[in-house]
Design a protein around this ligand. Sequence first.
Ligand code: ADP
Ligand code: ZN
Length: 300
Amino acid sequence: MFGGVELGGTKCVCLLGTGPDDIRAQSSVATGTDPQAALGAIIDELERAAATHGRFAALGIASFGPVDLDRASPTYGWITSTPKPGWRRTAVAPRLAQAFGVPVGFDTDVNGAALAEQRWGAGRDLEDLAYVTVGTGVGVGLIANGRLVHGLQHPELGHIRIARLAGDLWPGACSFHGDCVEGLVSGPAIAARAGTPAHLIPADSPVWEPAAHALSQLLHTLVLASAPRRILLGGGVLQSRPELYQPIRRQLVKSLNGYIDHAALASGLGEYVVPPGLGALAGALGALALAEDSLKLDGR
Ligand code: ADP
Ligand code: ZN
């Protein structure tokens, strides 16, 4: 059995179990602005669950970022430069590893979600997969050649700059880049453009066309950069606005303009750009998958 924690922008989800069909305990604690308090509450929740259901062999953590994933770094397992109040330079994995004394797997929330989708969801058994979430921010988890992509840090494809829709001059809402993808299509960005809370924007509002276009540009780059075998596209915005899938697929086809000659990209992309399969629990299930994989890594 494994423990899993997803650290999210507003709440942290704790799980005990082995996968989506075997969740023994689930609870959540507020993320808040005091990381030591939140981590203490997470430890309490996992202790309580383990006391009822049994010890866990490893713990996985899927965290909002940016995070340090370099095992050779003195700040491995830390949240590093987040704008989230209070959480800058927080040693997350070290604290939880010390509390439980089990192997710990650590990655970003979106890499975790990609891993869970690959193991149990809409990307089952695909060696190359992209998971894109469009919600409060825009995040991309990437698996290439069967492995989560890590490097200098981790990919941050939500912040790439893109070709703008012709005639669209709105400056965007990202505090770092203005009109990067997140600055154009996160829920708060769309709301800022519309001047209305996202859930109140009418379906025929002019804000949706540039939003779909910006996402098609992100997917264009994804296809060319890491050649995923499928792109899972979800998050709060897509979940509540499924009518966006078709214009996104259409604009992606138009943007690629026949350059990639592959059957997967031939017929409307209905099986290539698809919703994720695990819903809101993908990140937390990803933490369970990271826990399981941490045992394999330890065994090497
Ligand atoms: P998070 O990104 O915090 O993990 P979600 O993926 O659930 O959360 O996305 C939440 C975001 O989705 C909200 O901040 C809001 O901007 C957006 N959203 C929620 N409902 C709607 C809606 N009906 N239409 C468009 N956007 C929505
Ligand atoms: Zn940005």
